[in-house]
Write a new protein. Structure first.
Length: 69
């Protein structure tokens, strides 16, 4: 797989929560380190995403905001 994104994080699919159009996919990158993405149900099916399977969280953005209290 070749992609232009600089941030590609491999992990285990911890959960998939299905909704009517989109699914919420939680990927565990390390113990107690998770990232969540919302993708279409069709994309989940096309990619064959399954709980306990391996997936990549690919992050590409031109703008990332960080805030603290």
């Amino acid at each position: 797989m070749k992609i232009s994104a600089r941030n590609s994080l491999s992990g285990r699919i911890k959960s998939i929560t299905e909704d009517s159009v989109n699914n919420e996919v939680v990927i565990e990158l390390a113990p107690d380190v998770e990232i969540t993405s919302v993708v279409t149900k069709a994309s989940c099916e096309h990619l064959g995403l399954k709980v306990d399977g391996t997936a990549y969280a690919v992050i590409k953005t031109s703008n990332l905001m960080v805030a603290v209290d």
